[in-house]
Design a protein around this ligand. Structure first.
Ligand SMILES: [Zn+2]
Ligand SMILES: [Zn+2]
Length: 241
């Protein structure tokens, strides 16, 4: 990851661009410490989502109160999912820059924004684990860093050692839900005794939910009663793309 000094220097050079979408900032854009343009702020404005899966409601579900039809029919193992927005430009680029190149300039601001949306946060936060070989290659676990920031903003505990990734899985990008679930079979296990009743799992992106579903199952098996998911982006359902 880039040192803070280098990040500051590069940030200074790029100061005339919006930090998120990288388009030029105009005088008409309101100035703020983050130097994000008005379009990005608008994009990050919360929209109505299913409180359980975090997806937006489709046309037939608009009259539903809190949960989408799919969640009412077949609820996921977690209770609430909070996200900043869809996995789409510019958030998708930001997440990739962080994950692939360690560019963490906006992690603090994005997690602060997410923290402001979370109602009744779980008293303990954990993260999706990375296989040790991938950790050695990348040098950091993006979910661990996000969870630490979120826990700090929400003033709750962080426990990054609940899960371990026993199996290295190939990149899940582009895989369908069924393939993801097959790849993830037996990929995770608990590293320690878990005595919490309410836990939040943090990840950068929730796509099909296959990863967090596996982790939820491990927690539910040992008596955890309530699980929340906090993520920067939620991949829209295929039929809403
Ligand atoms: Zn922008
Ligand atoms: Zn739902």
């Amino acid at each position: 990851m880039l040192s803070h000094q280098w990040q500051n220097i590069i940030h200074h050079i790029l100061g005339s661009q919006c930090g998120l979408c990288r388009f030029p900032l105009h005088a008409s854009h309101h100035t703020n410490l983050l130097r994000w343009c008005d379009d990005c702020f608008e994009y990050l404005t919360p929209i109505r989502r299913c409180r359980r899966c975090g997806l937006t409601f489709n046309a037939e579900e608009l009259q539903l109160e809190a949960e989408c039809g799919e969640c009412l029919k077949d609820p996921p193992p977690w209770q609430r999912l909070f996200t900043l927005g869809d996995y789409d430009f510019p958030l998708s680029n930001e997440v990739q820059r962080f994950k692939d190149h360690g560019e963490a300039w906006h992690v603090n601001a994005l997690t602060q924004l997410l923290a402001e949306r979370i109602e009744q946060p779980a008293p303990v936060m954990t993260c999706v684990p990375l296989h040790w070989q991938r950790y050695l290659r990348r040098g950091f676990n993006q979910s661990h860093i996000l969870a630490e920031h979120l826990a700090h903003h929400l003033e709750v505990s962080f426990d990054g050692h609940i899960f371990q990734r026993a199996k290295q899985t190939s990149s899940q990008r582009g895989n369908k839900k069924i393939t993801r679930e097959q790849n993830l079979k037996g990929a995770f296990s608990l590293r320690k005794r878990v005595d919490y009743s309410h836990v939040a799992i943090v990840d950068d992106v929730v796509t099909t939910g296959s990863t967090v579903r596996q982790l939820c199952d491990l927690l539910l098996e040992v008596g955890v009663e309530s699980i929340d998911i906090y993520c920067i982006c939620r991949t829209p359902a295929p039929n809403s793309l």
